[in-house]
Unconditional design. Sequence first.
Length: 349
Amino acid sequence: IASAIIFGQTLASSALTGGMALTPGSFAFTTPATAPNAGTASQGVTFTPEDADNYETVTTSVNVTVNKALASIDINVADLTRVYNGNASPVSITTVPADLPVSVTYAGEVNQAPSAAGIYTVVATITDENYAGLDTGLLLIAKATARISLGDLVATFDGKAKAASVSTVPQGLNVILTYDGSAVAPSAVGSYSVVGTIDDVNYQGSVFSTLVIEEISRPSLADVLADLYSLSGVDAEALADPDSDGVPNLIEYAFGSSPVLPASLPGATRLVIGGNAMSFSAIVRDDSNLTVIPQFSMDLVTWGVAGIKELNTAEVSQDGVPNGFTRRTWKIEGSMPRMYLRLQVVFDD
């Protein structure tokens, strides 16, 4: 029986035991200087008798097991930390002896280096017929940093939700937006802290900004009068009377007369009195900034609106009414004591 040896050792390093012969003598490897490859193979053995005069030398064989030698193998530490770039990220291996064949697995996949961001267990195993060795490590592919840009950060209030727009480099990355911590885009007037965070397996990034929803910009009455009649300064104030006809600018604008032509006066209201009801109407300019409030009083001191109902404009004839104006009609039902009526006009700017 021959004892096992390690690759690189000669047959002389293997001990032969258990040999038997009919005469005293010794067993030795026929070629003791041979250094066989790893594995189990038959090797020649020579029996040399002590009585060489009467006995001949005999050659036989014995199986010798040669174990693989332990080689040094190292995964390059610098290769274990990467940043995602879309390409495979193989690690480099160093062996001693140099350039031994190696099999590398990444999370169990043989010789298939990953490209996606993540953490992978790396096992490098020498596959040489005469050498053995193994090294392990953790490959970290970190997410790449992408760029995020936010747009549409200033909006005008209209009652609808106002979401910021998003673009990324690279294009098309999913971004989670929050507004003051909520995923719901706001609709009310105000300022909102906007945070955009990339939600992607290979990219990371965030951006911070502010979304402002502004109130609707409405022109002032002075702006309107300047545009329509070239009025400016004190002549464009609501209660000014630049044409000196006794009617202030606000009333002339609301009811369609000109504040610069004394002969131009607001159209008269219509008043219809019945047994148990009274209605009155006026032609009013179509301007969302104008509010016309009908009021009544018994003493010209206290004015109220209770009991006054405005009719639907579809029920009121618009014959003869110029474009940009609407005839509006209000109605009071019940007994008709003596009363005073007026239309209060407000321009909301």
